[in-house]
Design a protein around this ligand. Structure first.
Ligand SMILES: Nc1ncnc2c1ncn2[C@@H]1O[C@H](COP(=O)(O)OP(=O)(O)OP(=O)(O)O)[C@@H](O)[C@H]1O
Length: 254
């Protein structure tokens, strides 16, 4: 793993919901322009870990952490961090595609306007580019003014990805992005994720082991709040070092 550039470093990291510890002494690196999959059985802490990376869990009052997460060597818990700017760089896509109740165009332009962009031509250009990158352009180019709610679930998820891309992130966090989608839409999103990794760092939480094996470069297997094993997906799948990982891969737990 040493030959890669790390973009996120997590060190001695713990997270609690009230008294319940959800993350236990997590230490790991996520690498630039790679697809990293966080896997493990339900309740093992995958989403909590993902939502800690862009401080999304700050919104949960009883959630407390200690330890450190570094984004490009800057501690994300430092007081002077500009959270809006930080989340622009570390975007997130959720399990259920939830477009804003507005047009397709406005959904993608939304973040740009929030961040103060006013030049209509520039916004138009980025909207088109983002929809193309999210592999949605061909399907929506003649109906940009239509409500985003008129799109199918798979199209809505690609729209949410376009919305995340529009503000020029470095990292895209995806929390079970295909679990509400049918197999064809899932396949499209998987192909898209692979394409996106050329430009972005992708961290995906999935309970779908086959999906993690198909698309990820690195795997992070969690169990009961702990990181049990991590490494190249191809190596972990072939020769897991820890028996718990082997049990999970063989469907004996989870
Ligand atoms: N808002 C919350 N308040 C209290 N406990 C929570 C909260 N969110 C998660 N937990 C608990 O923290 C633990 C880890 O949950 P988390 O959602 O991170 O797991 P997960 O691996 O993503 O699970 P799943 O695959 O089912 O989504 C679980 O025991 C869960 O019940």
């Amino acid at each position: 793993m040493q030959n890669n550039d790390d973009i996120i470093k997590i060190r001695d990291f713990n997270g609690w919901y009230g008294d319940k510890q959800a993350l236990k002494n997590i230490n790991l690196d996520f690498y630039k322009n790679k697809i990293s999959a966080i896997i493990g059985p339900s309740g093992c802490g995958k989403s909590t870990l993902l939502r800690s990376i862009n401080r999304m869990n700050d919104e949960i009052v009883e959630y407390k952490v200690n330890g450190n997460i570094f984004y490009e060597d800057k501690n994300i818990f430092e007081k002077d961090i500009d959270l809006t700017l930080f989340r622009k760089k570390v975007g997130m896509v959720f399990q259920k595609p939830i477009p804003f109740p507005m047009s397709i165009y406005d959904n993608v332009a939304f973040g740009l306007k929030i961040h103060g962009m006013k030049n209509k031509q520039k916004i138009d250009k980025i909207v088109v580019k983002s929809l193309k990158r999210a592999a949605l352009w061909e399907e929506v180019k003649d109906e940009l003014d239509k409500s985003a709610n008129s799109l199918s679930g798979g199209q809505q998820q690609r729209l949410c990805i376009a919305r995340a891309i529009a503000v020029d992130p470095q990292i895209i966090l995806l929390d079970e992005p295909t679990s509400a989608l049918d197999p064809i839409a899932t396949q499209k999103i998987e192909r898209l994720i692979e394409e996106l990794s050329e430009k972005y760092t992708i961290i995906i939480v999935t309970h779908n082991l086959a999906q993690a094996v198909r698309i990820s470069d690195y795997m992070f297997f969690m169990y009961q709040g702990e990181l049990i094993e991590s490494g190249l997906t191809s190596e972990i799948v072939k020769t897991p070092k820890v028996s718990l990982t082997e049990d999970y891969l063989n469907g004996r737990i989870g």
